[in-house]
Design a protein around this ligand. Structure first.
Ligand SMILES: Cc1cc2nc3c(=O)[nH]c(=O)nc-3n(C[C@H](O)[C@H](O)[C@H](O)COP(=O)(O)OP(=O)(O)OC[C@H]3O[C@@H](n4cnc5c(N)ncnc54)[C@H](O)[C@@H]3O)c2cc1C
Length: 291
């Protein structure tokens, strides 16, 4: 590992000053659960690591009118236990609990997971389903992008030199909703997904389904054809579930790697899609989730 300067600014403006000084030779660190591994393996060799962990402005979760604000240093554990997330964004809460193990979840941030932009990131599919927006800032202003547009490829994002992600905003649905995040892995904890499916059903004028995947495409996608099938079908029966599974398998483009073959991932996507949709429908038809 090459040596580097470690800076720990206490304000966002201090972080921007450092980013402007070191430009593309700087990397920011939140929890460090990805970055420190990459540094050890010399996959990245920055001149300066800017540790954001002392910036209070980047801490906390705020419930705003009609949306939830997740600031950049929010850990996966904090999000998993937040009452509004458990009530209104159940698929995101489930994905948090599918991430790593309790020790890593206490350090790893939700924003770090999005910024790493690895296709197996557990936070990404639920954030895509819930239409989350990435809040980005630099020394002179701010902008926002949907998560689905922010991640442009494996380990690639739309972030420019000098920019930091300050948080995420997620719209909150007023009506009832259900959600399911189902992950296939080789063991229960500390395993990166072989494949995962996220399904969200939101009660609006009629029920609106949203589906996304993990570890089976180079960048995040919504399964628009599956969503249209479910939104138009009125009642979800076994025939619709089989059609949805076929469409889901057609929407993804998994690779073969050390964790699983393309064929296994496609089979998992078919099965998990059926189970995730059936779970969401059963929850809405049964006790459901109220406001
Ligand atoms: C043992 C172990 C198990 C794991 N299991 C899982 C798992 O099950 N599921 C899963 O999805 N991941 C897993 N991971 C990966 C990792 O924990 C997650 O991706 C984590 O959420 C990253 O967050 P972080 O705060 O640690 O990011 P960091 O390591 O701090 O940063 C990751 C990347 O994002 C950038 N970044 C961080 N914050 C910002 C910001 N505010 N603005 C701009 N760029 C930023 C960094 O420069 C770096 O490129 C695991 C890692 C380990 C070590």
């Amino acid at each position: 590992m090459r040596s580097f300067v470690l800076e720990r600014p206490e304000s966002l403006s201090g972080a921007f000053d450092l980013l402007n000084e070191y430009r593309e030779k700087a990397l920011v660190k939140s929890g460090g659960t990805d970055l420190i591994v990459w540094l050890h393996k010399s996959l990245v060799s920055p001149d300066c690591v800017i540790d954001l962990s002392r910036i209070d402005q980047l801490k906390g979760i705020a419930v705003l009118p009609e949306q939830l604000e997740i600031r950049a240093l929010t850990t996966v554990s904090e999000l998993a236990s937040h009452p509004v997330v458990r009530e209104k964004l159940p698929a995101l809460a489930q994905a948090c609990l599918a991430h790593s193990d309790p020790l890593i979840r206490n350090r790893a941030t939700v924003v770090g997971n999005v910024c790493s932009a690895v296709p197996s990131g557990d936070m990404i599919a639920p954030l895509v389903c819930y239409d989350a927006v990435v809040e980005i800032a630099n020394a002179s202003g701010s902008r926002s992008l949907k998560v689905i547009d922010f991640i442009t490829g494996p380990k690639r994002t739309a972030l420019s030199t000098g920019e930091i992600v300050t948080g995420l905003k997620i719209p909150l649905n007023e009506g009832r909703s259900s959600g399911s995040y189902l992950k296939a892995g080789r063991r229960e904890a500390l395993d990166i997904a072989q494949a995962a499916v996220c399904c969200v059903a939101l009660e609006k004028v009629s029920t609106e389904f949203r589906i996304s995947f993990c570890a089976v495409s180079p960048r995040p996608i919504r399964a628009r054809e599956v969503e249209k099938l479910l939104n138009d079908s009125g009642r979800v029966d076994d025939r619709i579930l089989e059609l949805a599974a076929d469409l889901a398998a057609g929407a993804v483009d998994p690779i073969t790697d050390v964790r699983a073959s393309r064929e296994y991932r496609l089979a998992m996507i078919r099965e998990l899609t059926k189970r995730a949709i059936a779970g969401c429908v059963a929850e809405l038809e049964g006790a459901g989730r109220s406001e």
